[in-house]
Structure formats: structure tokens, C-alpha cells
Design a protein around this ligand. Sequence first.
Ligand SMILES: Nc1ncnc2c1ncn2[C@@H]1O[C@H](COP(=O)(O)OP(=O)(O)OP(=O)(O)O)[C@@H](O)[C@H]1O
Length: 251
Amino acid sequence: MSAPLLELRNLRKSFGALAVTDDVSLDVAPGELHAIIGPNGAGKTTLIHQLSGSLRSNSGTVRFAGEDITRLSMVERVRRGLARSFQITSILDGFSVLENTAMAVQARTGSSFRFFAPAARERRLNDEAMAALARVRLDDRADRRAGSLSHGEKRQLEIAIALATGARLLLLDEPLAGTGHEESAILVDLMRELKATHTLVLIEHDMEAVFALADRVSVLVYGRLIATGAAEEVRADAEVRNAYLGEEEAT
Ligand SMILES: Nc1ncnc2c1ncn2[C@@H]1O[C@H](COP(=O)(O)OP(=O)(O)OP(=O)(O)O)[C@@H](O)[C@H]1O
């Protein structure tokens, strides 16, 4: 296996006496789609916060592209190419789809277009934003107000915003939650396409989507990883079936 893009070692986060993630160690290879599954309350979202930098870990290390980023802020991590698909609340409803995406391009490029005339600068930002929107198939919605998008389209926009930050690795926290059948099919296709160019860490409860997309799957139960492996191996693992998949099938 090539050197991992993301390396977690012995990560732990506790709230008071409750260890929500406990001794989590995991490697994610470049180009891999790695799914993290587990029952409600297992600590998946907390782990994503620890990776994105929105929560400081109590102990353990996170390395990205060989660099120790454990102490870096969320903004510094985004600059290095590690982005969480933004929460819906971070979409500015009153701005257009294009403007929302162009702001992410601007955040990445900073003042690097400063030598351009204002009109040319705006064109560059918009061209890059349109490229991100085309990847998520929202280019035909560019001029719409973001607030007018459907639930699934907002999820697509969040991914476009993450792409526009220049991310190499995308952290996706339950992108399919609350989406209808058609919306979810679009998002699954989109994630499949993104695999060609990006590394993805996906938290998802939709097991059909997980096993259709993931190269490898890790199972988190009570904050601990009980299994990591190729999707088919994990699906067949007796402990995993007891701890999680059996429970899902029963519901
Ligand atoms: N800020 C916090 N303070 C105290 N407890 C917290 C905090 N954030 C999360 N927890 C607790 O940590 C546990 C794990 O929560 P988390 O949201 O990470 O789980 P999850 O696996 O993402 O669950 P779900 O699949 O339901 O989204 C839960 O028991 C939750 O109540």
C-alpha cells in the first residue's frame, strides 16, 4: 500500500467521564473511499470533528500527507487539503449557488489574484466555482438562490464548496441522511465519480450505499474500532454482524 494520506494513532476524546472515541488508529490510503459505520452514538461524528479540527483530541495524533496536524486549527487543515463537507447551516441561503461556491474559492486563493483587474479576478473566481459546481452537477443551478435548493441539492452544494477549497480529502458526515430515493442516487453517483480524483472518508448509515461505494470499512462501536477491512470482509465479520449489521437488519 502506498503511504497513507491520513494516519490516526490512538485518538481519544472524552466528555467528562465518557470516552466517546477511544484509542482509534486508522490509515486511509490516497484515492481510497473509507467508510466508518457504527450504531447511533458510537462516536462517528465526534471522530470527524477530531479529524476536521473542530474538536481538540485529548490524546493521540493525526497526520495528513506525512505532516502532524494534531494541533492545527480547522482553517489550517482546510488549507492543507482536508475539508469536511460543510453543514447545511453554513450555506448562505440569501446568496446564489455560484456566490456560495466562489467564496470558498476566494478563501483558498486569498490574495493570489490580486494582480488581476477586478473584473478578471471575479471571472477567475467564478470559473473555478463553476468547475466545482459542474462536478456536483449543479452548474445549471448556479444563479439560483441557495435557499431555494432542495435538500439533496444542498448536499451537492456542500460538496462543491468543499471541492472549491481545494480539498484532497473530503470528510462526509451522513450525506444521504434525509434524502429521497432520487436524491440519494444522485449523491451515490457523485461520490463514485469523486473517487477518481479524491480520497473520501464517509460516515453513513445507508448500508447499501456504503457497500456499493467503500473500498474499506471501519466499524466503530462505543468509541472503539472493532474491525477495519475490505468491504466484503467486514460485511462477513461475525462480530460486526452482531454489533451492528444484525441490529440494522432487524430494524
Ligand atoms: N459535546 C458533547 N458533550 C457531551 N457528550 C457528547 C458531546 N458530543 C457528543 N457527545 C456524546 O458522545 C456520544 C457519541 O456521539 P456522536 O454524535 O459522535 O455519535 P455518532 O456515532 O455520530 O452517532 P449518530 O450515528 O447517531 O450520528 C453520544 O453519546 C453523545 O451524546
